[in-house]
Design a protein. Structure first.
Length: 301
């Protein structure tokens, strides 16, 4: 692991490793007014690890007012287990968290923004990139770079995330596969499952429930394909409301739902394998496009 920190010396505390549960400092990088070396202080024991003649070998040049500090080569703590740092207490049955901040320039002054934080809780382990700490500003953009080989400097910006969402800047998304589920009994779909493919079986009669129309659902979509036809009706309904508008393509012509419908049905004994329904919410209604190879195989009512 390398640190780069740069030229004329300053004194004081440069950064801390803290137990964010108790807010106590575990390790601290400091440089005194008359010291010629940087100290890594173990706050629990009071012992210092002293970095002398680091980087260029000139102690007076290893720090500057930007907090720049250079270690040539690699610095490994705990080389047996190959773990460069441990933040916070270990082997304790309490929630753990740690944060890494970076400097930002704001209105002519220096401040900090979030780079990385992580939390170990009872039910989950979270890694937060670019935000989720009230102690510092959030990142306004997260950018991902790659290169064809290990000798390419700079690299190519492949994609980024900002307040407007995710953007592919170069290349493509490879090996994308639409998520899917299979239904054999009553099922409820959620907004977070938008885009899912639902493989429908008529082995039993049941209802598939989709969310009630809302402006916040604009763009949410589902596709249903009848994989296994049988003599049982499977219905699709919103949790509340009668908000289906669209049409069914069938051999003798389209069946148009001119009024708001409340139920879409894969009809018992009539629908055939491969029949499908696609639903897209526009914030006002569920827009329906469906296709059946049998007249009356899919109905909207």
């Amino acid at each position: 692991m390398s640190f780069t920190f740069a030229s004329s010396p300053v004194t004081g505390v440069f950064f801390n490793f803290k137990d964010f549960g108790t807010n106590s400092i575990l390790w601290q990088f400091t440089k005194g007014a008359s010291a010629t070396a940087l100290n890594l202080l173990n706050k629990s024991t009071g012992n210092n690890l002293i970095f002398s003649d680091v980087g260029t070998g000139v102690d007076s040049n290893i720090l500057n007012d930007q907090g720049n500090f250079t270690i040539a080569g690699s610095w490994i703590l705990n080389p047996t287990n190959h773990i460069p740092f441990t933040f916070g207490p270990v082997n304790t049955n309490v929630d753990q968290s740690a944060k890494i901040f970076a400097a930002k320039r704001s209105a002519g002054t220096f401040n900090t923004f979030n780079v990385l934080s992580w939390n170990g809780f009872t039910a989950n382990n979270n890694i937060n990139i670019g935000g989720n700490s009230g102690a510092a500003a959030a990142a306004t953009g997260i950018f991902f770079f790659s290169a064809a080989n290990i000798d390419t400097a700079g690299g190519t910006q492949m994609c980024h995330v900002d307040i407007n969402g995710f953007t592919m800047d170069s290349g493509t998304i490879n090996n994308y596969q639409r998520p899917s589920i299979s239904t054999i009994s009553a099922t409820t779909l959620t907004q977070s499952q938008s885009g899912i493919l639902v493989n429908v079986s008529q082995a039993a009669a049941y209802q598939i429930t989709i969310p009630t129309v809302a402006t916040g659902l604009s763009g949410v979509s589902y596709k249903f394909i009848l994989n296994s036809a049988a003599s049982n009706a499977v219905t699709i309904k919103p949790a509340t409301g009668t908000t289906f508008q669209g049409n069914v393509i069938q051999p003798t012509g389209n069946v148009v739902a001119t009024n708001n419908g409340g139920t879409i049905t894969f009809v018992s004994g009539t629908a055939r394998g491969g029949d499908w329904v696609e639903l897209t919410c526009n914030g006002l209604v569920w827009v329906v496009l469906a296709s059946s190879t049998a007249n009356g195989g899919i109905t909207i009512a």
